[in-house]
Design a binder for this molecule. Structure first.
Ligand code: NAD
Ligand code: MG
Length: 382
């Protein structure tokens, strides 16, 4: 029996993870968390019987206390509650929170020697250097949930790092791959939310439309696999069948393939180092007989360049990139800014901040606060 904690259990990844748990008797849910979806976490709690639950939105805490007053369930709330729940001793934590707030729970799990199934890519972008240091000091493992990183992780099983020539991150290209750049100013929210291959939460769906998602994944890959930037390539593969590849020094290339379904990488992270059977249907090569590839268009998708440059400049650039992206995406979702504003505002934040080489956690908080303040002022002046 594996004891699991799931943060962000009411989201797209969280719900798919619970679907997998529902079909397998080997998992026991120790804790769940959500931002404010109180009805959903009540249903999940009644079904999975966690020992602890946490809701970030404190105004909803009393509903949980009332609902479970006759049961032995610890109810926590707010960011402090999230930090507290992350210390719970489990076999692994699945971090399926969206955005920068996922970073600290990842760090707390790893510091407490708890293995981490990591969907929250923002953790590695915000604090990859801190996470690597913690991992040097203890045995905690990170099993990536992001499909590209899961693919690379699977391709690297049984291989040694010295034999890697390069890793190749694939990306679908998003909904605007074929759209003319001179019409980007007209992009509507509904168009950006309409991803061709994946059904995901709204923030990552917009990240896929701007292709910042691929930029964040590039940084995530750098920190997860410890390879220099010149050994990480991005290639567009519109069918999303090959989830990523590794090329070795002997010219051999390993790829991991399947129909685009996040249940594959989520289940792999849950069952690692074993594999368990799933309901995912066998891949049909004849029905899916077109696999094509192209280079990413950095003029159309400047967010990829911003992310690559932020990683090359290092430290605080990655924090500003991530926080500014979280905020601009939220403002685009709120229809306060246009699609084309997203990279422009992020670049402005990057060029105006005071650089710190390897920020500590306190400094990351300060840089985040500065970015929020600067960006909000900038947008309200537009
Ligand atoms: P989502 O928006 O569907 O769900 C996010 C979850 O986090 C919800 O349970 C929500 O209540 C909770 N949450 C939101 N804000 C929070 C905050 N400030 N503090 C604490 N909890 C908060 O998101 P998602 O699509 O499931 O994505 C989750 C993470 O997984 C993201 O980092 C995303 O990039 C990554 N990811 C998602 C997919 C996918 O298919 N959805 C694929 C690859 C990677
Ligand atoms: Mg991905």
């Amino acid at each position: 029996m594996k004891l699991i904690g799931i943060l962000g259990s009411t989201g797209s990844i969280g719900n798919q993870a619970l679907d997998i748990v529902r079909l397998n008797k080997n998992y026991q849910i120790e804790y769940l968390s959500c931002f404010s979806q109180v009805d959903e976490i009540i249903c999940q709690t009644k079904e999975f019987h966690p020992k602890k639950i946490c809701i970030i939105d404190r105004s909803k805490e009393s509903i949980l206390v009332d609902t479970f007053k006759n049961e032995n369930i610890e109810i926590l709330s707010g960011f402090e509650g999230l930090i507290e729940i992350s210390k719970t001793n489990v076999d692994f934590m699945l971090n399926a929170i969206v955005g920068a707030d996922g970073m600290k729970p990842s760090i707390i799990a790893l510091e407490n020697n708890i293995d981490l199934a990591l969907a929250n890519k923002e953790s590695m972008v915000m604090a990859g250097w801190i996470i690597k240091e913690i991992q040097k000091k203890n045995e905690s493992k990170i099993i990536p949930v992001d499909s590209e990183h899961s693919a690379i992780f699977q391709c690297l099983t049984g291989e040694s790092k010295e034999d890697i020539k390069r890793i190749i991150l694939t990306g679908s290209g998003g909904p605007f791959r074929e759209r003319q750049i001179d019409t980007f100013h007209d992009i509507k929210l509904s168009e950006a939310l309409n991803h061709p291959n994946w059904d995901m939460g709204s923030k990552i769906t917009i990240d896929s439309a701007t292709m910042m998602n691929k930029g964040l994944e590039y940084i995530e890959a750098y920190w997860l696999f410890g390879l220099p930037q010149n050994k990480i390539d991005i290639i567009i593969h519109p069918q999303s069948i090959i989830h990523s590849m590794v090329e070795f020094i002997d010219g051999s290339i390993k790829a991991q393939l399947s129909k685009p379904d996040m249940k594959g990488p989520i289940q792999y992270a849950l069952s690692y180092p074993e594999r368990i059977s799933s309901e995912i249907e066998s891949f049909n090569f004849i029905e899916n007989n077109v696999l094509s590839f192209e280079s990413p268009d950095l003029d159309k998708f400047p967010c990829i360049r911003l992310a690559k440059d932020a990683l090359a400049s290092g430290g605080s650039h990655q924090v500003v990139l991530n926080v500014a992206n979280d905020l601009t995406v939220a403002k685009f979702l709120n229809q306060e800014i246009s699609f084309n504003d997203i990279p422009v505002i992020i670049e402005d934040c990057l060029s105006c901040h005071s650089f710190i080489e390897s920020p500590t956690l306190d400094e990351i908080d300060e840089i985040s606060d500065w970015t929020k303040e600067y960006l909000n002022k900038k947008v309200s002046n537009v």
